[in-house]
Design a binder for this molecule. Structure first.
Ligand code: FE
Ligand code: FE
Length: 390
């Protein structure tokens, strides 16, 4: 009996992680082919604004599977109207391939809720499941729990320990907006994206008016960080007014200060490499602190911000020696914006309006204390910043 894998998703855009996972599943499970099925409207998430048309997503997927004889693209969900439920897709595929057995390939997030899907019973009784396990301990536990639950109900489940390329479509879209990331795209897909100006690759974001800048920033941030960033912008403006700094600069620096924060450590390094930035040992060791540097690079090259804004973003996590007023403002505002809550924040807030330099010093001292308690190293810039305030 023919064994067919079914791999659904938004493929927005398709990246090498998708292709590697599909190839791995085919080899590991002895599938004669894997159908990659882009969803018209995924049931569990909304496609973000700016998503390419269904035809463009289909085209990208065709380019992505070229040279992979076991991988095929199916448009069954794109040619059907409304929400793309897997139960409907499976019914249709069974009619088309009455002699085949199907294995549904799932990411771990979807696998964990598979028993809540529409017509889950029907899916689980007739289809083998295979879940891609990314390997974190907590994730393995959750997968294990669902696996037990499904096995006890008579379903067939395989856990795939595929080597994973640490990239998601969401991160891919950010990298593309920042002008890099093509190494994560299958051959041909990058050129197609650029050729059609998809994912903001042709956007001109230089010197955007404030309102438009805010819209773009909100789109690129992790949704959980939006409140912090807007709070930081407002606080930057208040402090600029109090201390006579340029309010426009302050607002723009506040809005952009965490623009690359959603990228994890390895992707921070990817961005630095793409921008030709040579890193010191500390940054290589602690790539998470790099978002201040990468944020400043993106502010300069993608958003065309002036030197003052760029430099204030660059020093917002570590501080540096001899900070100017705007740099102090962004550092302190980031620390005390209205969504921040920690012991000492009120003292920092009142100090910020009576003595900005003292507030900066307090912020640096609290950070150093925190890092020491965590057993982490202090960045040389923070040490220098504090030294010159003593
Ligand atoms: Fe930050
Ligand atoms: Fe921040």
């Amino acid at each position: 009996m023919e064994q067919i894998g079914i791999f659904g998703g938004s493929f927005n855009p398709p990246h090498i992680g998708h292709i590697q996972a599909a190839e791995y599943a085919a080899a590991e499970l002895g599938l004669s082919r894997v159908l990659l099925i882009p969803a018209l409207e995924p049931p569990h998430k909304q496609l973000p604004p700016g998503t390419p048309t269904p035809a463009q997503r289909l085209e990208m997927l065709h380019l992505a599977v070229a040279g992979h004889p076991k991988l095929e693209v199916s448009d069954v969900e794109l040619t059907r109207e409304g929400t793309s439920y897997t139960c409907d897709t499976l019914r249709l595929l069974r009619q088309q391939h009455p002699q085949a057995e199907f294995t549904l390939l799932l990411g771990s997030d979807m696998f964990q809720i598979v028993d809540q899907w529409k017509n889950a019973e029907e899916i689980l009784q007739n289809t083998r499941l295979a879940v891609f396990c990314r390997g974190g301990k907590r994730e393995r536990e959750l997968i294990g729990q669902m696996e037990q639950k499904l096995l006890s109900r008579g379903s067939s489940v395989a856990v795939l320990k595929n080597p994973i390329t640490e990239i998601s479509s969401t991160q891919m879209r950010r990298l593309l907006a920042f002008g890099c990331g093509e190494e994560f795209l299958p051959h041909g897909v990058g050129a197609y994206i650029r050729g059609n100006g998809l994912y903001d690759t042709n956007a001109n974001w230089k010197n955007l008016p404030m309102e438009q800048l805010e819209q773009v920033v909100v789109r690129l941030l992790h949704p959980g960080r939006v409140r912090h960033v807007l709070g930081c912008r407002d606080t930057c403006v208040e402090l600029a007014r109090r201390w006579g700094a340029d309010e426009q600069d302050a607002a723009r620096a506040g809005l952009l200060h965490d623009i690359t924060k959603a990228l994890d450590g390895p992707l921070q390094l990817t961005l630095c490499a793409a921008y030709g930035k040579i890193l010191d040992d500390f940054s290589r060791k602690y790539p998470k602190t790099l978002h201040a540097l990468t944020g400043s690079l993106v502010a300069e090259r993608i958003f065309g911000e002036n030197e003052r804004v760029v430099s204030a973003i660059c020093s917002h996590t570590t501080g540096k020696a001899n900070m100017n007023t705007l740099e102090k403002i962004v550092y302190v505002a980031d620390y005390m914006e209205p969504n921040r809550d920690f012991p000492g924040v009120e003292r920092l807030r009142s100090l910020a309006f009576s003595d900005l330099t003292a507030a900066l010093k307090l912020g640096l001292e609290m950070t150093l204390e925190h890092l020491k308690n965590q057993g982490c190293e202090v960045s040389p810039q923070s040490a220098q910043a504090l030294d010159c305030l003593k």
